[in-house]
Design a binder for this molecule. Structure first.
Ligand code: SF4
Length: 180
């Protein structure tokens, strides 16, 4: 199973969860929404460390265009996150297909801060189009454990979702996606 991963802590619960279900996991880091570059690198390094420690194969996409992402998302006033989910899941689904996987999923499913229903809906539509399966259990009950795993493994753990808009909103105490 091809598993899109946003960071080490989220992967630390989701990858073992699917492995326990009998899936053979390959992790995939494709996150042009994570900005700035220094933050992108911290999350990437954390994921690399986790993958190496726990012996999960990991592919890292070289396709990182944060300015394109901002250009596309800034004009979107509502449902910005849907665009972000679709971008990442479409790429994951296409790569899964190219590599011969039958199914794909994402570590975003573990975060109570993400919009579970939208992720499930968008992933399922992409899967249908590509004739793949999108696995989308609600894993938010595992979220607390990701925090403990991060402490135990000394994994970098972020304090905002990813894009510069979310960073601004987080530290200015705004709702996610709200700028005005
Ligand atoms: S808030 Fe998070 S999910 Fe929404 S667009 Fe920004 S990075 Fe993507």
């Amino acid at each position: 199973m091809f598993l899109h991963a946003c960071c080490g802590p989220c992967a630390s619960e989701v990858a073992p969860y699917f492995a326990q279900q009998g899936h053979k996991i390959t992790l995939f880091y494709f996150n042009p929404n994570i900005q700035p570059l220094a933050e992108f690198e911290k999350r990437r390094q954390g994921l690399m460390f986790f993958a190496q420690e726990k012996n999960f194969p990991l592919l890292i996409s070289k396709d990182y265009k944060p300015l394109d992402f901002l250009e596309k998302t800034l004009p979107i006033k509502e449902n910005r996150c849907s665009y972000c989910y679709a971008l990442r899941l479409e790429k994951t689904g296409r790569k899964a297909k190219e590599l011969g996987f039958q199914s794909f999923s994402t570590t975003l499913l573990v975060s109570p801060y993400q919009e579970y229903e939208k992720i499930r809906e968008i992933g399922s539509q992409i899967a249908q189009k590509l004739d793949l399966e999108f696995l989308a259990p609600d894993l938010s009950h595992l979220y607390r454990q990701t925090i403990e795993n991060a402490q135990k493994l000394n994994l970098y753990r972020q304090n905002y979702c990813g894009c510069l808009i979310s960073e601004f909103a987080r530290f200015r105490d705004l709702e996610r996606g709200e700028l005005e």
